[in-house]
Ligand binder design. Structure first.
Ligand code: PMP
Length: 360
């Protein structure tokens, strides 16, 4: 039996080439006669792996020299605290709430200072991105925070908010490396890798130099200081060595396909197949305002909970797995990250058409 088409929101599908390559190197990495899992993070061979991974992500995103790239631990939830602990000089920050992950970051930041929600789409179950062209950003806000792609609700910022000159911090977990980005527009970008880049356990943060300082909130533990990790080239403590190695392989895979511009083209093509079908279907409906649709996470419903459940069950039996929507919204969600082949989306749509006919 072949592999399933895995539409999980994360941990998620990885490129088959990367998995095969890692399998081939499992017992003997590059003549070292051991697995990368077994290597000291202080060894020369491992240092080369992490340095090359950093170089490759710098190339892919065209990261300016005045930004540090950090491989961190503790998942997105640790960033929810690490961002305010390191960036709140005035103890003030403005948050844009476009979903559960932005809201959680907002609530966490409240523990450290005066935090305001300057915009929110909670009124319509986060099904749209609010107009962020003229928000009441505070004069003395340390930063403005967004979650750029909303994994649960399937929306994405198509234009960045007008921060009125304040530093922009973005959680890009679910759109990381799905298309080109201009890093210079952000003060700090961070993302958990478990959607588009690698196995869970790594967060990549890209942070402007001037924010990498010892001037952090009192009591900030060493492990939660960006500067400690920057000074130690992400080897302050033992990092998730194997996971970073896989991230490095995914960077090479993206490069081999033509980089982020090519990735964007592929992702637009895939998403269009699914959205076009949803727009023409009599049974299935997308749940998000069209202009704000994510290329990565596509939520949809039939409008009937029992039929949704029947669809998910039959889809699974046919090799299309993890299509259940997030527990907070129900319905279905197809996450179609970089590593989901076009064929997976085409076959899903074929299956949806068949289901629609049978259940008309
Ligand atoms: N941000 C986004 C956009 C997410 O989708 C998630 C969930 N994967 C998180 C943050 C939380 O990440 P973690 O589970 O790694 O803490």
């Amino acid at each position: 039996m072949g592999r399933v088409y895995n539409f999980s929101a994360g941990p998620a599908v990885l490129p088959e080439e990367v998995l095969r390559d890692a399998a081939a190197e499992m017992l003997d990495y590059n003549g070292s006669r051991m697995s990368v899992m077994e290597m000291s993070h202080r060894s020369k061979v491992y240092e080369e792996i992490i340095e090359e991974a950093e170089k490759d992500i710098r190339d892919l995103l065209n990261i300016p020299d005045n930004y540090k790239v950090l491989f961190l631990q503790g998942g997105g939830h640790t960033q929810f605290a690490m961002v305010p602990m390191n960036l709140m000089k005035n103890k003030k920050a403005d948050y844009i709430i476009t979903g559960q992950w932005a809201k959680k970051a907002f609530q966490e930041a409240k523990m450290y200072g005066d935090v305001v929600a300057v915009a929110s789409s909670e009124d319509e179950t986060y099904s749209y991105i609010p107009d962020c062209s003229d928000l009441p950003i505070r004069e003395d806000a340390d930063y403005v925070y967004i979650c750029e792609n909303n994994t649960i609700y399937g929306t994405k910022f198509k234009t960045l908010p007008n921060t009125k000159g304040k530093d922009l911090v973005a959680d890009v977990s679910s759109c990381f490396l799905s298309e080109p980005m201009d890093i210079s527009k952000y003060a700090l970008v961070w993302g958990g890798v478990q959607k588009n880049i690698g196995p869970a356990g790594v967060v990549i943060a890209i942070i402007r130099d001037d924010l990498v300082t010892d001037d952090v909130l009192e009591g900030t533990p060493s492990m939660l200081r960006y500067k400690i990790h920057a000074d130690n080239k992400s080897l302050y403590n033992t990092p998730p060595t194997y996971n970073i190695y896989i991230c490095g392989k995914v960077f090479k895979w993206i490069k081999s396909l033509g980089g982020l511009a090519a990735m964007k083209e592929r992702n637009e093509e895939k998403a269009k197949i699914l959205y076009d079908f949803l727009d023409s279907s009599k049974l299935f409906k997308g749940t998000v305002r069209k202009e704000d649709r994510s290329l990565m996470n596509v939520p949809f419903v039939t409008g009937d909970k029992e039929l949704d459940a029947k669809f998910i069950k039959e889809a699974e039996a046919n090799g299309f797995v993890n299509l259940k929507g997030h527990r907070s919204v129900g319905g279905m969600r197809a996450s179609i990250y970089n590593a989901m082949p076009k064929e997976g989306v085409e076959k899903l749509v074929e299956f949806m058409k068949k289901f629609e006919k049978e259940n008309a």
